[in-house]
Design a protein around this ligand. Sequence first.
Ligand code: FCB
Length: 457
Amino acid sequence: MPFHTMHAPNPPDTPDTDPLFPAHFQWGAATAAQQIEGAAREGGRGPSIWDAFCAEPGRIKDGSNVDVACDHYHRYAEDVRHMQWLGLGAYRFSFSWPRLQPEGRGAWNEAGFAFYDRLIDTLLAAGIQPHATLYHWDLPLALYAGIGGWRSRDSVALFADYAAEVARRFGDRLASIATHNEPWCTATLGHETGQFAPGHRSRAEAMQVSHHLLLSHGAAIQAMRVETAAPLGIVLNHTPPYPAEAVEADRRAARLADGLSTRWYMDPVFLGSYPADVLAHLGADAPQLQGGDLARIRQPLDFLGVNFYTRGFVSTRSPALPAPGVLGFNDMGWETYPDALTALLVRLSREYMPPPMYITENGMAHADALVQGRVADAPRIDYLRRHLHAVARAMALGAEVAGYFYWSLLDNFEWDSGYAKRFGLFHVDYANQQRTPKDSAHWYRDFIARQRQRARG
Ligand code: FCB
């Protein structure tokens, strides 16, 4: 079904009662290494492109860096206790490539492997399934300096080596391994708009990078299959673009915007081709392919990770029409529009017949304040509740969803926004690293407990 026919207003009447999820549904929260670990120069970790990006004046809005972040490297055991308190059955985290292989090739860093050993064992002892991602944007700086990072086709084989080593060491203890997190962000925000590290601005380069990322996904899946029986997949982000007005120009523009984001990644991974309309649009900016690339990208997968925060709004009018925003906008300026999640999940199911999906990220930033030991974040509770209903509606319409990971467990380093944007279920006071469960954490904890009760009863 073309996505623009699914444009429908949010029901104002999202019920107060809980949606019922299957007994085996996984309840989780997500983080990423670069955003929480800190210990940037400890335990043999090499620098990443984000360490370097933070040092460039003007790149990070609050001028902050990732040296300490949430100090999770030292506080992981406490953080697992917070997950246990929430009642999480699953936790999504990412491995820091420069912590495991400081140069991005060659020697492995045993102290880095030991850290993740401890983390994984602590999770398992707490009854929490570890779901890992190999690449959540922290490229070893040495690979950027040495070969140009993802611009070089050599990055593909190096990433596959790294993936194989992680699978060999940890595969038997991981509930899933995802290759990339949101390759669109690495390619487009990192190499076309310059908003993210390494901060380049070239569409041709971004598209070549996207191809190398996709190829490295396929190569990593192949390499990991040899090492492990763990479920393997990829995490893709979607901001479904909606036409601002019911006019052909806006529909066409929205269709192209969808092609440059969702279809550019979903098509090669699941159908083995790049979308023809997007290739035509890109012209000379289209990536260079070699024989066999597309077959290599399309590997059988065990799950698909879906990250969803908001919808996009495409207007060809000048000045562009703003989004209507019935349910409001959050601290990132992102509209709350849960119906787009229902429509997305149903559409992905029908058009791509993917393996079971996880909602690997969903959440909102709010200008939270810790007042007398409490963070009253009612808008986050509303967001969470509405999106859980949206997932349940998609499942009732046939989408197979196996779990939900709220982004994020903790307030953390929000990339170019620094520490100014708070997405966590737990508030982090960066002055003393104290974690405080927000009202939303209490709500999620109660919700998970009720789901468990209903599943038992
Ligand atoms: C996603 C990223 C994640 C986090 C959220 C808010 O794009 O995967 O690291 O920053 O956005």
